[in-house]
Design a protein around this ligand. Structure first.
Ligand code: BT5
Length: 236
């Protein structure tokens, strides 16, 4: 199968957000187009949160046109990031649903956005050589802090595109296998967590990640399926 992710690459010095840029050009570019920017002036997380994106990190978005909008696309990004980090000798795990953590801190975040029948945008932020600002240092980390030397961004991007291509195919053809791998890579399973879903805070044990991408929790003996939310780990 032809490799679609990265067949067209748009590189920018500065942009508001690669996800926003990708949405603006979606009608004019082929599926698999990748937008990469050296820095973002308005990098975004979920629910309008900020994503700090100075020079030195990898900030990118992939334009995809899958048959339908599927929330499991986020795991294509997470698995590809975990594999990319492993290529550079960094062990990491998936914090359901959209973070990758290494050494107890967040190294990458993924933001998927889609419009049914039109497009899906897979946005990935990966801290590579960028300095983490003071206020995030407790919870965020860059690859360079593990490797001790700066990494060539193009080499990191090359590995990431390679793994994205592979996992995107698995996503399209065998989403059950994609989810099996996510379960293997998820580090929250079996742990006490608090999930914030909208205004609700739900505390319990994270039992499993189901094939539809949702999180199965044990809340005082009751099973509950959480479709999407923010997870924080609790320590007793
Ligand atoms: C995410 O949101 O983790 C998704 C981040 C997606 C960023 C990429 S970069 C390319 C593309 N273009 C965009 O504009 N976005 C995507 P969320 O789960 O809401 O986490 C946001 C939180 O992560 C913030 O509130 C901070 O606490 C923290 N954070 C911000 N910048 C960070 C960084 N560089 N590294 C680690 N944590 C960070």
């Amino acid at each position: 199968m032809e490799r679609i992710i990265g067949r067209k690459l748009i590189t920018l010095d500065e942009v508001d957000s690669t996800n926003e840029y990708a949405k603006r050009i979606v009608q004019d570019v082929p599926e698999g187009t990748v937008v990469v920017a050296k820095r973002q002036t308005a990098g975004r997380g979920r629910r309008g949160r900020n994503w700090t994106s100075p020079e030195g990190g990898l900030w990118m978005s992939v334009v995809l046109k899958p048959p339908r909008v599927d929330p499991r696309l986020v795991f294509v990004g997470a698995l590809a990031v975990v594999d990319t980090l492993a290529d550079f000798g960094i062990e990491s795990g998936i914090k359901w649903p959209n973070d990758v953590w290494a050494g107890g801190r967040k190294i990458s975040g993924i933001l998927t956005e889609g419009k049914a029948g039109e497009y899906s945008i897979l946005g990935i932020g990966l801290n590579v050589n960028n300095v983490i600002p003071e206020e995030l240092r407790e919870n965020a980390v860059s690859m360079v802090q593990f490797t001790g030397r700066e990494l060539p961004l193009d080499a990191v991007l090359e590995r990431l595109l390679f793994h994205l291509g592979g996992w995107y195919r698995v996503f399209l053809e065998r989403p059950d296998l994609l989810m099996a791998k996510v379960r293997e890579r998820a580090f929250i399973l079996g742990k006490a967590v608090t999930v914030t879903e909208g205004d609700e805070r739900i505390s319990g044990i994270a039992l499993d990640i189901l094939d539809d991408g949702s999180l199965l929790m044990d809340i005082d003996g009751q099973l509950r399926r959480i479709l999407y939310g923010d997870v924080s780990l609790r320590f007793f």
